[in-house]
Design a protein around this ligand. Structure first.
Ligand SMILES: Cc1cc2nc3c(=O)[nH]c(=O)nc-3n(C[C@H](O)[C@H](O)[C@H](O)COP(=O)(O)OP(=O)(O)OC[C@H]3O[C@@H](n4cnc5c(N)ncnc54)[C@H](O)[C@@H]3O)c2cc1C
Length: 415
């Protein structure tokens, strides 16, 4: 059994999926691991908010690439149900410009981009787009990759092993799955890490409450958006190698927010997926049958956020959403807003999930997988996974990768 070489624990920053998985594996091998989580809850960007007898997911909802998803059997064992989301049966409202030959056009763009000597925005490779094709392209880019067509890398925007059209929505609240994962782990909530310094024995972690902890190694799972903040970089990433710095800057942090509306009885058309004629809020879901309470869920991408004031309020969202709601409910009272996410302004997230910005590539994520400070400082999180970046599967794999690498290092050092 491996043991921490100095007798000091491994400190894991963040109790999202990546952190939980790393802590599980370390604990399993008897390596003490302390998790420091800034917020009052575990899960990070898996964030379930209770609403009456239902559960609203403000972050991740779907198991993408379902058939090879590592959580598939785990959720079943917990008695949680999953439901396939059939985008091919989306209901389109009058005026919606949609072109289902988009995937062919996209393949052509990928081939065109690959022939170019330099990376450029995906938009520049999608030539001669009809209005309907452009609307489809924007929707796919913003809702799936979390970024606009003019920000996504034409070369690499789609890098990874994601299987399309295998999206299953989890019912009953991710919170239950998270609680099961966190069992037996040492997690200190409401404990934001303020600084990390390298010392002779290892690393010193100081929280914003002034508590100091010594560690043999640190695994930092803070989201890319946090690492990109100059003040956070200076405080949390001591002796950051230049190539890591470049990789953090090269990748993009996308934006996606969720909006939830309710009414005493559903007054909207009852389709699982709805495509509206709204340039900024085109994608809506009737999640009433899934939640067992009347609920509409809308997704808002980068375009919507760029059109709104910084840190949009509920009133800002409502003003933007009203024309969309009026398409679904032409007469009578509109549903009321229950909640909206705010990942963009969340200081422990600064965005929704990572994407390939123009000029970035999988080499950047691979760089972020490399430890520094003599193998004592590691990054984990969805942004460091090349196969399933931007999703919970990627985050899980990243925690697993770092824990296994660290355990290997430790057994070598203790041998
Ligand atoms: C709106 C939205 C919808 C999404 N939908 C899906 C989906 O349907 N399916 C899917 O697979 N993925 C989805 N994702 C992406 C998925 O949620 C993330 O990829 C995944 O949860 C990331 O896990 P992580 O462990 O890498 O990071 P996080 O979950 O962000 O965990 C990092 C943790 O670090 C903490 N932290 C940050 N700074 C500090 C600090 N200084 N000190 C202490 N703690 C700190 C944070 O509070 C956080 O808890 C969605 C994300 C969003 C925002």
């Amino acid at each position: 059994m491996a043991a921490a070489p100095t007798g000091l624990p491994v400190i894991i920053i963040g109790a999202g999926v990546a952190g939980l998985r790393a802590a599980q594996l370390l604990r399993h091998q008897g390596v003490p691991a302390t998790m420091l989580e800034a917020k009052g809850t575990i899960g990070g960007r898996m964030c379930t908010v209770p609403y009456h007898n239902a559960w609203l997911e403000m972050g991740a909802s779907w198991l993408h690439s379902y058939h090879q998803h590592p959580f598939r059997t785990m959720v079943k064992k917990l008695g949680l149900r999953t439901v396939f989301t059939n985008y091919n049966q989306a209901h389109t409202f009058p005026g919606v410009q949609r072109d289902d030959t988009w995937h062919t056009k996209l393949q052509q763009a990928i081939k065109r981009a690959a022939k170019q000597p330099k990376d450029a925005p995906l938009e520049s490779f999608l030539t001669n787009l009809s209005t309907s094709m452009r609307a489809t392209a924007m929707l796919e880019a913003e809702m799936y990759y979390g970024a606009s067509l003019n920000k996504l890398s034409g070369w690499n925007f789609d890098e990874g092993e994601e299987t399309k059209n295998e999206d299953y929505l989890l019912l009953g609240g991710w919170v239950h799955w998270l609680q099961a994962q966190a069992k037996g782990l040492e997690i200190r909530l409401n404990t934001p890490v303020a600084t990390i310094e390298a010392t002779k024995a290892g690393l010193r972690v100081t929280t914003t409450h002034g508590t100091t902890l010594e560690a043999c190694a640190v695994i930092n799972t803070a989201p890319l958006g946090v690492l990109q903040q100059p003040t956070q970089q200076a405080a949390l990433l001591p002796a950051l190698p230049p190539r890591h710095r470049q990789a953090i800057a090269a990748l993009g942090m996308g934006n996606l927010e969720k909006l939830f509306f309710t009414a005493p009885i559903p007054s909207w058309p009852r389709h699982d997926v709805m495509l509206l004629n709204h340039p900024l809020l085109p994608l809506w879901y009737d999640v009433t049958p899934l939640l067992g309470t009347p609920m509409l869920m809308g997704l808002a991408g980068m375009g919507a956020l760029e059109a709104l004031p910084k840190n949009p309020s509920a009133a800002d969202w409502l003003a933007l959403a009203t024309p969309a709601l009026r398409q679904m409910i032409p007469h009578g009272p509109l549903p009321t807003m229950v909640a909206h996410s705010a990942w963009q302004s969340d200081p422990f997230s600064h965005g929704s999930y990572s994407y390939y910005k123009v000029g970035s590539s999988p080499a950047d994520r691979k760089t972020l997988q490399k430890p520094w400070l003599g193998g004592r400082y590691w990054l984990a999180g969805e942004h460091t996974d090349t196969a399933y970046p931007a999703n919970i599967q990627g985050a899980w794999r990243s925690g697993e990768r770092v824990a296994k690498a660290l355990l290997k290092e430790m057994s070598l050092k203790t041998r």
